[in-house]
Design a protein around this ligand. Structure first.
Ligand code: BV8
Length: 248
């Protein structure tokens, strides 16, 4: 359900007014940010029948990898090819047009960087799909060609399996990205919460952190989410439509 034109305009003006009072703006994003690039989200019902019978939270886990390493790697390589064939959408481009905004993302794709965001202002809380790393954490990691991903293989240094350099359920978040994200969300005047169900922790806890330290929360989502209760303002609809108008 999208708002009628007049109250969309009023909502946009109100949201722009809120941002105008904010010095430091941080963007906390999830899979919905990349949805308009054709990248499946985690919890919307999958359009692609191939994977819709698998539970992503099972596939994105060490247990799932131990149980069927080839299935998990095939799933990631399917996602890698989708990302290679995707383009940054209007939301990524609007965010890249605002280098003052710090990007804290749960997404493992590189669409923010491909839209023009500087790597040093993008913090990937859940790692990235652009690299493989040693599952035994020997330190080996290697950039992969998303368009023709290498498939299941062993670490050339220690012979343990290689797996995408993402954070699986039950795995800890990368320390630097987490510490920097906490610091930025603690000091944010406004947290833009874009395209996330706010259902995965500790990442989703960053929204409450901003609130606790007196920051405002502006949510953009196509539907109510775990962030709605914490929102000072919520814009319902695709972020690819709202963000270009909001950030221009
Ligand atoms: C950890 C990477 C501990 C891989 C992912 C409390 C505290 C700490 C941990 C926990 C806790 N409670 C439970 C836990 C455990 C667990 C957890 O949170 N489980 C959940 C299911 C309850 N957390 C963990 O395991 C984390 N690790 O805590 O370690 C620890 C401590 C010490 C020692 C050892 C361990 C690790 C979590 C990371 C998991 N990895 N992904 C990969 O991507 O393959 S999470 C996965 O979910 C993705 O990263 C995804 O981004 C993330 C969140 O989902 P969303 O991004 O929000 O996507 P979703 O589909 O859910 O929603 C999309 C939204 O977009 C929707 O709302 C939709 O309406 C909206 N939308 C759609 N289209 C649009 C749109 N909005 C706007 N415009 C559109 N066009």
């Amino acid at each position: 359900m999208t708002q009628s034109l007049s109250n969309r305009q009023a909502a946009l003006e109100q949201a722009r007014g809120l941002l105008a009072q904010c010095e430091k703006i941080v963007c906390f994003s999830g899979a919905g940010l990349s949805a308009e690039s054709g990248i499946s989200t985690f919890r919307d019902t999958e359009t692609d029948a191939l994977w819709s019978r698998y539970d992503p939270t099972k596939l994105a886990s060490p247990e799932g990898f131990a149980e069927d390493p080839k299935l998990v790697i095939d799933w990631y390589d399917w996602r890698r090819q989708a990302i290679a064939n995707a383009e940054p959408n209007a939301a990524h481009i609007a965010l890249a047009g605002r280098p003052d905004i710090i990007q804290v993302t749960q997404n493992v794709d590189d669409l923010l960087e491909r839209a023009g965001c500087k790597a040093e202002s993008v913090f990937h809380l859940h790692g990235n799909i652009t690299h493989d790393r040693c599952h035994a954490r020997c330190g080996y990691q290697q950039k992969v060609d998303l368009g023709s991903p290498p498939g299941l293989r062993s670490c050339p240094m220690c012979n343990a399996p290689l797996r995408p350099a993402v954070v699986w359920f039950g795995e800890t978040l990368p320390q630097w990205a987490w510490q920097q994200s906490e610091q930025h969300c603690r000091t944010a005047d406004c947290l833009l919460v874009i395209g996330t169900s706010a259902s995965v922790y500790p990442a989703a806890g960053l929204i409450q952190l901003t609130k606790t330290y007196g920051g405002k929360v502006l949510v953009i989502n196509t539907q109510p989410s775990g962030a709605s209760a914490l929102a000072d303002m919520e814009l319902i609809g695709p972020c690819g439509e709202w963000l270009p108008q909001l950030l221009s």
